[in-house]
Design a protein around this ligand. Structure first.
Ligand SMILES: *Cc1c(COP(=O)(O)O)cnc(C)c1O
Length: 339
């Protein structure tokens, strides 16, 4: 296995002797989903981006953004984040041996992502504000200070993330539709770029959480709210590009409620054996609620790993079964599983 810069160097803005900061990201599993296919009446595949080194697709963008920062002599990389960009930045900065600082909205980041960011030694700054405010502030800091911004406003992030589209086309050949959660709208922009570079044009269906759906509303949302913390964003940085991807691909951007997201989240774990985080389940929730036009072969992007947000999982899952250390009691407890 190689990292994605090595794998796709001929289609990425890196020369042979450029420094590469990699954790062997990319090349993630593409898993057929038989039960979901049956429900939808089409052939549905799950792109398991939670299998990346830090557990989300952000690693694809981060290997490129941090490699470029190192090439430019940066000593510190920074970002605003709903959690996964922070975790990814922290890991790649550690790998590169440079400093990392992340601005996260206070109290609104999943436990696993916080633990990752801290463990990798990033400076984690808890902002008394939301993601949109954090991004606006960190952009200003980067104009004033010698630090490199690695949010998806950084074009190298999109370069890395477009490689997921390459992998889909390599494995599936033709696909008719892509279903993807949308927050800051960098990822759908990157997929569309990747598809276009290959001369493919699957319909892109983007799904936002109903309480944080500016692209659906047509205006920024001042106080975005959703259980899907990774897409709790009210003013996407890649607004225009994402809307262009939906229009040009004959897709759509639609909203799904938190209840629909959580239904899909539990259903995938129980029926397909795939545990993603709540934001990721928006892609499948959207497919179930809104469909994907006439598409026959569909890929749903599961952007992040379920283990990142144990709190939401425990709130949504069944309870544990208490048991005395006695044979009969253990037997009863186990056989209850068949009921
Ligand atoms: C970042 C993220 C998204 C949203 O991607 P954008 O590029 O911001 O649209 C969706 N799901 C997860 C798990 C994420 O970490």
């Amino acid at each position: 296995m190689t990292g994605l810069i090595e794998r796709y160097r001929d289609r990425l803005p890196f020369a042979d002797d450029d420094p590469v900061v990699s954790l062997q990201e990319g090349s993630t599993p593409l898993v057929h989903a038989p039960r979901l296919s049956e429900r939808v009446g089409a052939e549905v595949w799950l792109k398991i981006e939670g299998a990346n080194p830090t557990g989300s697709f952000k690693d694809r963008g981060m290997t490129c953004a941090v490699s470029d920062a190192v090439r430019n002599g940066a000593e510190v990389v920074v970002c605003a984040s709903t959690g996964n960009t922070a975790a990814s930045l922290a890991a790649y900065a550690a790998r590169a041996g440079i400093g990392g600082a992340v601005l996260v909205p206070e109290g609104k980041i999943a436990t696993g992502k916080l633990a990752q960011s801290l463990m990798h030694g990033a400076r984690v700054i808890s902002l008394r504000g939301n993601f949109d405010e954090a991004l606006a502030l960190v952009r200003q800091v980067c104009d004033r200070q010698p630090v490199a911004l690695v949010n998806s406003v950084n074009p190298f992030r999109l370069e890395g993330q477009k490689t997921a589209a390459f992998e889909l086309v390599e494995e599936l050949g033709e696909l008719d539709a892509l279903c993807i959660p949308v927050g800051n709208a960098g990822n759908v922009t990157a997929y569309w770029k990747g598809f276009q570079e290959l001369g493919h044009a699957p319909a892109c269906f983007g799904f936002q959480a109903a309480g944080a759906a500016p692209l659906v509303a047509g205006h920024p949302i001042e106080k975005p709210e959703t259980v899907a913390s990774a897409i709790r964003i009210g003013n996407p940085a890649r607004w225009e590009e994402a809307m262009n991807a939906f229009t040009a691909s004959r897709g759509q951007v639609r909203a799904v409620t938190d209840a629909q997201i959580l239904d899909a989240y539990r259903w995938l774990a129980r029926n397909e054996g795939v545990f993603c985080e709540p934001a990721s389940a928006a892609s499948v929730a959207g497919l179930l609620v809104h469909g994907a036009g006439e598409a026959r072969r569909i890929a749903c992007v599961l952007t992040g790993n379920g283990i990142k947000d144990p709190q939401t999982a425990l709130e949504q899952a069944g309870a544990v079964v208490p048991c005395e250390p006695v044979l009969g009691a253990v037997e009863d407890a186990i056989l209850g599983a068949a009921a």
